[in-house]
Design a protein around this ligand. Structure first.
Ligand code: GDP
Ligand code: GDP
Length: 437
């Protein structure tokens, strides 16, 4: 499901990243504390009154080759216009309206997108007098906020939510597998898409009328419908910002959100770098099915150990995604390409799989009998029952006497036992522990 996107625009130092951090609050990435996964946050999700949205701090996107501040704010504003459903235009009270505020206002004004004017650093009542001059920017009532004190943030969120479009309508039928290809530039994502579509018997239908401006490619093979979700680097339209790394990461994140299955494409000729891990981490965190595609396999010098060594290297680098299968192929020579769609189909099925409660409980009882939960200060975890409450990803709730007694390692053990019994290849799984005696 596509989430609406909110972008924060404004000149440096008005407090964009402060507000961004306040809005995303404690919804910090769960993979963030895993080794090897770090990130520069410019993209996060927010929630207010039950509505969720993605939020971009455009100030965090440095545009390659653009070092003039005014020019860079202009490009950031254009990017916001292109990507966002709602724009938060941020100024600050102390400085009053500056020339660059006026320039940005001009650009945003022409966009036709809803713009919310926020005046930051209104740290006390006296500063309220300073906000009147901001009416001159032509965006109606400014919302007075203070990032340092946290005041006015609720009003700002009210305004944001009021302007969010309704994107709850699913873009594709339920039987369509939505696939996103992510990976660094030049790993061969476009070549791979062309190779898949060029294969015999692949029927490419008309581009569906999506609710967003993305260019998706639907196709059908062996009776299964798929759609390839538009991803960064796959359509090169020559905007200044499209070559910047953070922008391409951001586009990947949007694609991941809309996908069921994420193909993490790796160049077989090169090693794995942190950027590969960051993006894969998002797929994991978003609860998407995933597989690794090692492309350019034709160009790799191989002996009988090469594939195994490559596999091991991927496992070592992506410890948090041990469930994801690995496919080695070549988009260029089409070597092993026929293996790809069946794996995609398989992981999509596992991602949507629902286990009947009695079968799940049989597995949990066996697991507990075989390896009882350890005691903690004389108290022992007792598991009453478990049930699957959601799919995509499979989500299990385990009812216990006291959730505090459930340790990470025991949860891991249970997950492994569930996986050993029910496959779930290619999908992350969520386990929640709730009290019920
Ligand atoms: P950005 O460049 O627009 O992302 O701005 P930052 O969020 O990095 O903030 C720039 C500076 O303004 C930092 O030193 C912040 O601590 C400070 N700042 C942010 N919000 C407020 C505020 O509400 N009041 C005051 N007095 N300072 C703030
Ligand atoms: P993208 O930026 O990830 O979409 O990558 P492209 O599809 O544009 O491919 C980047 C380069 O890698 C191009 O020069 C391709 O011809 C080359 N390439 C893609 N797939 C393969 C492959 O399987 N083997 C080899 N040897 N080259 C490939």
């Amino acid at each position: 499901m596509a989430k609406p996107v909110v972008a924060i625009v404004g000149r440096p130092n008005v407090g964009k990243s402060t507000i961004f951090n306040r809005v995303i609050g404690d919804r910090l990435a769960i993979v963030e504390d895993k080794p090897g996964v770090t990130r520069d946050r410019i993209y996060g999700s927010g929630e207010w009154n039950g509505k969720t949205f993605s939020i971009i701090d455009t100030g965090g996107i440095e545009i390659d080759g653009v070092d003039h501040i005014l020019r860079s704010i202009r490009v950031q504003a254009e990017l916001a216009i292109e990507e966002a459903d709602v724009i938060v235009f941020m100024c600050e009270a102390k400085s009053g309206v500056t020339q660059s505020d006026e320039e940005v206002a001009q650009i945003l004004f022409r966009s036709g997108k809803p713009v919310i004017l926020a005046v930051n650093k209104v740290d006390n009542m006296r500063r309220m007098d300073d906000i009147y001059e901001f009416y001159s920017l032509g965006f109606g009532d400014p919302v007075a906020i203070s990032g340092s004190h946290g005041t006015g943030i609720g009003d700002l969120l009210d305004e944001i939510v009021k302007n969010l479009p309704d994107l709850t309508e699913e873009e594709y039928e339920d039987d369509v597998i939505k696939v996103a290809l992510i990976g660094r530039p030049n790993v061969g994502k476009s070549s791979l898409v062309n190779a898949i579509l060029g294969e015999d018997r692949v029927i490419v239908s008309e581009v569906a009328g999506t609710t967003r401006d993305a260019i998706d490619t639907p196709f059908e093979k062996d009776g299964q419908k798929y759609v390839i979700i538009d991803t960064a680097g796959m359509r090169k339209r020559g905007k200044v910002y499209e070559t910047t790394e953070k922008y391409s990461v951001m586009r990947s994140l949007k694609a991941i959100e809309r996908a069921d299955v994420v193909l993490v494409v790796i160049n077989g000729e090169e090693g794995i770098i942190d950027q590969d891990k960051h993006i894969a981490g998002y797929a994991h965190e978003a609860g998407k099915a995933a597989l690794f595609v090692v492309n350019k396999w034709d160009a790799v010098e191989k002996d009988d150990k090469t594939m195994h060594q490559n596999e091991q290297n991927i496992r070592d680098n992506f410890l948090f995604m041990s469930y994801a299968p690995i496919v080695f192929l070549s988009a260029k020579t089409k070597q092993r390409l026929h293996k790809l769609l069946p794996v995609i189909q398989h992981v999509a099925q596992q991602h949507a799989r629902r286990i009947p409660t009695h079968l799940l409980n049989d597995v949990i009882s066996d697991a507990v009998a075989y390896n009882p939960p350890p005691t903690d200060k004389g108290r022992r975890l007792r598991i009453n029952y478990a049930t699957q409450v959601a799919v995509k990803p499979p989500t299990m709730v385990i009812f216990v006497n006291d959730p505090e007694l459930m340790h990470f390692s025991y949860e891991r053990y249970l997950e492994n036992r569930i996986r050993a019994s029910f496959d779930f290849e290619g999908t992350p799984m969520r386990l929640f522990t709730r009290r019920k005696s």
